[in-house]
Design a protein around this ligand. Sequence first.
Ligand SMILES: Nc1ncnc2c1ncn2[C@@H]1O[C@H](COP(=O)(O)OP(=O)(O)OP(=O)(O)O)[C@@H](O)[C@H]1O
Ligand SMILES: [Mg+2]
Length: 443
Amino acid sequence: MDPNSSSLNNSSNNITGGGVKKIQDMKLIIEILVNDQCSISFDELRKHYLVKLYAQFELNRSQLIKQIKRHGYLSIGSADDHMAIDRVSVYCNRSIQMLELLSEQEISAYVQFERSSVFFYKQYKEGASNEELFEDVGSGEQTVSPYQQWVLPNIEFATLWDNLIYDDSVKERLLSYASTILLFSSAKVDSNIVSNNKIVLLTGPPGSGKTSLAKALSQKLAIRHSDRYAYPQLIEINSHSLFSKWFSESGKLVMKVFEKIREILDDPSCFVTLLIDEVESLAAARTAALSGSEPTDSIRVVNAFLTQLDQIKSYPNLLIVATSNLTTAIDLAFIDRADLKLFIGPPSLSARKRILKSIDKELMDKGILYANQPIDKKQQKALRSSIYTSTNGFSGRSLRKLPFLSVANYQTKSLEFPIPLAEYQIELNELIQREKEFNKVIV
Ligand SMILES: Nc1ncnc2c1ncn2[C@@H]1O[C@H](COP(=O)(O)OP(=O)(O)OP(=O)(O)O)[C@@H](O)[C@H]1O
Ligand SMILES: [Mg+2]
């Protein structure tokens, strides 16, 4: 259907003016994971594979649109003729909440596969490398690993982004912020006129997915900006070892770490996402300095760190993501430097439903659970709703842990395997109630 046809315009009038704009801005983003054995160039693949892919998409159009509307994305294993492609993931540049406002027909009318942005990429299989540095301590030298480094896109983060589930458009805002940094850098916008420190601060309760989100973001940037940066990397600074008193005899270690980072940034084909996890240790170091016996050392570390941050921000190929689960204790000088501060809370009801359903699916796909016909459908529905509502306040981390324990518990009671879904849910619900009681006791 022609997207400008009058029938569509009429149907769009049923939704708000913002709604019309939402459809018009809608675009698909297709990420294509190429098999690492494949020797065909991305340009060749683009020429030959895409036409076939679009034809396949057209054949399954309604199914595809349904999935994108429901999950915000779609990921399909692809067995092409030459075994060149491992996976195709299709995303929409609108958040799932916005898609909910539109009907499948409206989305379908605007989706033109040929107009999608397409990114081909391969994944590195090597895990993190631990950089070891030497530090002088009173009695001599010792090695410390104040940071870890990954070359991206990395298989370790392959499914991270898709499996982080939030209700509001946290992921889209974060990605859009990071992409704008890259846009400003490539346009060489004068930072004395439009300033940005390239720092994002993610705060929120433990287990809400802050560290995972930062890593997933670095992977997304690596995939979607590979035309500009051939060697994207993630560097995770271990704040505890950098700021703990033991390692902070002087600010020298901080200097050494930043020296290494600058060496990487000097290569314009590298893009670095610098993750400073648990940045509250910076504030702790300063507080310790003010009340402790050796104030000068800790203050020197904190100041060296902030000065180094100010210096590296002039690099165009850098994004800094800091995380903290103690909002009040973060160093004020650091908060002041952050351009974007995002609160990452525990999952809402609908996010919890999506997380738990994704777990059921994984356990069924892997043959651990099977969907049996419940004897009493009403009871089954009540059980499911109890699971969803009583997990209010649970972190994403706890939600992802509970199913494992439920399976383990079930196996102590019964030999039946695979486990019927209904039985597993009874076990899960009991576990949730016990967990709630336990939390009450320790609060
Ligand atoms: N909203 C969410 N959706 C899906 N999974 C989640 C969500 N939040 C957390 N998780 C999962 O919980 C686990 C822990 O997440 P992560 O370590 O990133 O949390 P964190 O906020 O950094 O915690 P902490 O503050 O303790 O460091 C990960 O496996 C992550 O995938
Ligand atoms: Mg964390």
